[in-house]
Design a binder for this molecule. Structure first.
Ligand code: C2E
Ligand code: CA
Ligand code: CA
Ligand code: CA
Length: 279
């Protein structure tokens, strides 16, 4: 493998044989990571889109603490985990860990809802509803404390299945967010049927709202559309004050991005709250 830049790691060599060997290594390493508990979750604040910037929730994001290669980001292993059929196990670990953490915070008097990313494979499996239900029960967590984030493309993939799953999850009481909204091709009719609790506008639009009037027009239109349907909006990838102010002016409910906080380990939440949400 070769170093592809600071903090990233490329498993693929241009050399085919080395590439194949590398993939076997990765498959073996991912299995070991599961067995040895090498995955960790970091949590990124999702804050209110008003001057309080009160903490509304956190998104759980997986990292892999590899003993040799250090902290690896999901971009270098999630797609491979899906290909190797390991994503269900990893996804189950993520759900369980995030819900356990949420329950711990709750016991400590911090009511912080968590959002968890659900992979395509997990969403296609019938077992997801029962899994979510048993995890909520295991940790004694009220279902509204959990949001499942599903990408727009996964939600659009098999609409009949999506509607069935979302109906059952809604009955359970967990919330559904459409992630990376704007990168897929949802229709208005579809959104109206589906009725997720939240839309998360993809970072690529937020990135351009300061300079590109058409990106700004799209973002504003998405916010208005969502509000007309009583769906809340989260803007992801908010990095600047100008972006923040434009989004707040549009009435975007929640904001997430490096401007507010990078993802951090669970142990840092209390410190975050102390410095950002003083009494
Ligand atoms: P995502 O769900 O769209 O998550 C947001 C990503 O944007 C995260 O990257 C986050 O660290 C990053 N981010 C947040 N704010 C900013 C910002 O202001 N600027 C920039 N440039 N980036 C920002 P991360 O943690 O590397 O995750 C990447 C993707 O990996 C996620 O995209 C999600 O699709 C996937 N992923 C992460 N954790 C999990 C997981 O537990 N399960 C599954 N299935 N996928 C996961
Ligand atoms: Ca997400
Ligand atoms: Ca996203
Ligand atoms: Ca994204």
């Amino acid at each position: 493998a070769k170093q592809a830049g600071k903090g990233t790691f490329c498993y693929y060599s241009t050399d085919m044989e080395a590439g194949a060997a590398r993939l076997l290594d990765l498959q073996r390493d991912l299995r070991r990571a599961l067995a040895n508990d090498e995955f960790v979750l970091h949590y990124q604040p999702i804050v209110a889109g008003n001057h309080t910037h009160h903490l509304n929730a956190v998104e759980a994001l997986i990292r892999w603490q590899d003993p040799h290669r250090g902290l690896l980001m999901p971009g270098v292993f999630i797609a491979e985990a899906e290909r190797f059929g390991l994503i269900s196990e990893i996804g189950e670990w993520v759900l369980d860990t995030a819900c356990r953490q949420c329950a711990i915070w709750r016991e400590q008097g911090m009511l912080i809802p968590v959002a968890v990313n659900v992979s395509a494979v997990q969403f296609r499996s019938q077992g997801l509803v029962v899994l979510v239900e048993s995890i909520m029960r295991r940790h004694g967590l009220p279902p509204h404390m959990l949001t499942l984030e599903l990408t727009e493309s996964v939600a659009m993939d098999d609409m009949t299945h999506t509607l069935m799953m979302v109906t059952r999850l809604r009955e359970l009481g967990v919330k559904i967010a459409i992630d990376d909204f704007g990168t897929g091709h949802s229709s208005l009719a579809w959104l109206r049927q589906f009725m997720p609790h939240e839309l998360k506008i993809d970072r690529s639009f937020i990135e351009d709202i300061e300079d590109d009037p058409s990106a700004r027009a799209i973002v504003n239109a998405v916010i208005q559309l969502a509000h007309a349907l009583k769906i809340e909006v989260v803007a992801e990838g908010v990095e600047t004050i100008a972006q923040r102010d434009l989004l707040q002016a549009q009435g975007c409910e929640s904001l997430q991005g490096y401007h507010f906080a990078r993802p951090f380990p669970a142990t840092e939440l209390e410190g975050y709250l102390r410095s950002h949400n003083p009494l």
